[in-house]
Design a protein around this ligand. Structure first.
Ligand code: BG6
Length: 255
């Protein structure tokens, strides 16, 4: 029975790799919408994957969110990759502190026995403030570390869930709704075709920057996130997806 389940999951992995043009996919059994331990399993799978690719002195940029919090929770000392540096991928994006990239970055670093640097910037930012802030030496230094990250690990969210969680102003909510946004990642909101409907102005990794990193790992699961995951991959390029059976089956429906 267990072997049968494993075989089913590895079939899903192969199918998803083809469908989303990925280098590597991990599907953990179950649906994290229904069972919270499935999210922990994704966290564990992500840590395992990271341990296989990280080297000594690497820099890892991480986003916020509950799924990334599970990755941080499951992290253990990186014995083969000493002295790694963790940085937040972007600013706080209006999230509560427990979901913020800074918080998750610090937690992950301490569990990994690594180091961290944080970003102290208010956000979202006006264009004017953005230009001033990116010129500040202390911010500039961290931004350079972020831009030079060897590995980026990020979550993907449902657009409306994310917009509401971030207490997005009503005018922006309207834009997100009328643009039919379904997915969100790195503060960008995407419609089902993968077009960008809205972007939260803040410092850190911009979508274009993903092209300069050859190891971008997305961690997102739950059947309810299938549309969001699909929309993200129509626009952006991550190389690896760590997900669950719930999302994988939904993503593969109709193929
Ligand atoms: C946020 C990231 O903090 O977490 C988003 O900035 C991501 O880009 C979201 O979509 C995912 O959150 P969760 O809780 O569904 O893992």
């Amino acid at each position: 029975e267990f072997m049968k389940e494993l075989k089913g999951v590895s079939h899903l992995e192969e199918q998803l790799m083809l469908q989303l043009d990925l280098d590597h996919v991990v599907v953990v059994p179950g649906n994290s919408d229904d069972l919270s331990w499935v999210k922990q399993e994704m966290g564990k799978a992500c840590v395992r994957y990271m341990k296989g690719i990280l080297h000594k002195d690497n820099t890892i940029a991480v986003t916020g969110g509950g799924t990334m919090a599970a990755v941080a929770e499951m992290m253990t000392p990186l014995e083969k990759a000493q002295n790694c540096l963790f940085v937040p991928a972007r600013g706080g994006l209006g999230e509560n502190v427990e979901n913020q990239a800074n918080n998750i970055c610090a937690k992950m670093a301490s569990k990994a026995n690594g180091n961290y640097r944080l970003l102290y910037v208010p956000d979202p930012l006006s264009e004017e403030a953005y230009q001033t802030i990116i010129g500040e030496p202390s911010v500039k230094e961290v931004l350079e570390l972020i831009q030079g990250a060897n590995v980026i690990v990020h979550g993907i969210g449902d657009a409306i869930t994310m917009a509401e969680r971030r207490k997005t102003p009503e005018s922006v909510m309207d834009k997100i709704r009328s643009g039919n946004a379904v997915g969100e990642a790195f503060g960008y909101y995407f419609n089902a075709e993968g077009n960008i409907v809205h972007k939260v102005r803040t410092v850190g990794i911009q979508l274009e920057d993903l092209q300069h990193t050859n190891c971008v790992v997305a961690v997102a699961g739950g059947a309810s996130k299938a549309q969001a995951i699909a929309s993200y991959f129509k626009q952006a390029k991550s190389h690896v997806l760590i997900t669950d059976e719930g999302a994988a089956k939904e993503l593969l429906k109709g193929t």
